[in-house]
Design a protein around this ligand. Structure first.
Ligand SMILES: *Cc1c(COP(=O)(O)O)cnc(C)c1O
Length: 364
């Protein structure tokens, strides 16, 4: 079976380095908010091309912290793509704000910039863009809207570490960005982890304080904060893996290029990209009408596949109040998408086999 993602194999490549870093943390006797955190934050800020990186517990917290640090709350609206992973939307709800859903483009799966303006009201405070599946959103129109209506741009970069738009990396494309280091992400740790990146000094200080019980100085609490920290062991692991992120993303691009050049089956709709640099292929998502047959066929032929995601947020029980709303592009995407195996440790043989198997798929 060709695995969708072989995490063990991915991390095994760095075992010696990671072992010695973990030993360093054990030897230091310091487990939270220490040197490892500081070092990783510095390196990740440099990598993204921003002034500040603040480690936190996970990607959902990163987005929640940004929205809280801006002071957005009840009555405030935040625009977000309707087809995102639900965490982007939960971060908005968590702060008491109202998520306003916008349809994506069916070819790239990213938010359709032409559909945003009609959703802007006097209560809109921010546009939360999601670099979905690893592809950086085209920011030009969105920046123009943000400037025109005085809105913040918040990036959900949880799937797109290292993706580039006009020469700049995700994490530096908006006013603030949230990252996840969940094990399966392009840059993943061995547990939970996340980070906020920004060039805004004041926002950075607030995020850091809110993530630490709302305290900038021990036992002095300026904000009703939370506890969201990146621990030293995870930071140490991330600092090792960050060095290899560009090489890993390059291998993902190579595989995606092979799939796009060699999968030739009229039943399979391939994903669209803006250019080579814009996409880091967190997942390689195709569309197919008869998804169940296709997935069964892949499994019968030794290829594991997944669905990102089977149910759109507005059809979830968590958002019952939206269940009757209609987002046809989003719903079509959720019915047709299938994610093919892609990872830096896939061999050429495996990649070729996946394409060959798919080319023999016959819908009848
Ligand atoms: C993974 C993910 C998150 C949440 O990150 P966690 O670390 O799991 O909390 C948020 N948004 C998107 C798009 C994601 O893929």
């Amino acid at each position: 079976m060709i695995k969708f993602l072989d995490l063990h194999k991915i991390n095994e490549r760095f075992r010696t380095e990671i072992d010695s870093k973990i030993k360093q943390v054990l030897d230091s006797g310091w487990y939270l908010l220490g040197e490892q955190d500081k070092t990783f934050e510095k390196h990740f800020a440099e990598y993204c091309g921003v002034k500040h990186c603040i480690g936190c517990a996970n990607g959902l917290d990163a987005l929640t912290l940004i929205i809280r640090a801006y002071g957005f709350g009840a009555g405030d609206e935040i625009i977000v793509p309707a087809n995102t992973y639900i965490a982007s939307i939960l971060a908005i709800s968590e702060n008491g704000c109202t998520p306003v859903l916008v349809e994506p483009e069916s070819g790239t799966f990213n938010i359709d910039p032409d559909l945003i303006e009609e959703k802007i009201t006097s209560n809109t405070k921010a546009i939360l863009v999601v670099h979905l599946y690893g592809q950086a959103v085209r920011m030009d129109k969105i920046r123009a809207l943000a400037a025109k209506y005085d809105l913040k741009i918040i990036e959900d970069s949880a799937q797109a570490h290292g993706a580039i738009y006009q020469g700049k990396r995700t994490g530096s494309l908006g006013d603030a960005s949230g990252f996840s280091f969940y094990p399966g992400k392009n840059l993943g740790c061995m547990g939970d982890g996340g980070a906020v990146t920004t060039n805004d000094d004041e926002l950075a200080a607030r995020v850091r304080a809110i993530a630490n019980y709302g305290s900038e100085k021990k036992y002095h609490n300026m904000f009703k904060g939370m506890n969201s920290r990146l621990d030293e062991i995870q930071a140490a692991i991330l600092d090792v893996k960050l060095k290899y992120l560009d090489a890993d993303n390059a291998r993902r691009r190579e595989i995606a290029r092979y799939y796009r050049d060699n999968i030739k089956n009229p039943e399979i709709i391939l994903p669209q990209t803006y250019d080579e640099a814009s996409h880091v292929w967190h997942v390689f998502v195709v569309r197919v009408k008869n998804r169940e047959n296709f997935q069964q066929y892949l499994a019968d032929n030794g290829v594991q596949s997944l669905i990102h995601y089977p149910i759109p947020p507005h059809k979830q029980g968590a958002y019952r109040e939206w269940n009757e709303l209609s987002f046809p592009v989003t719903e079509m995407i959720h019915q047709e998408v299938v994610s093919l195996p892609i990872s830096p440790v896939m061999t050429d043989d495996e990649v070729e086999k996946v394409a060959a198997v798919i080319n023999k798929f016959n819908i009848k």
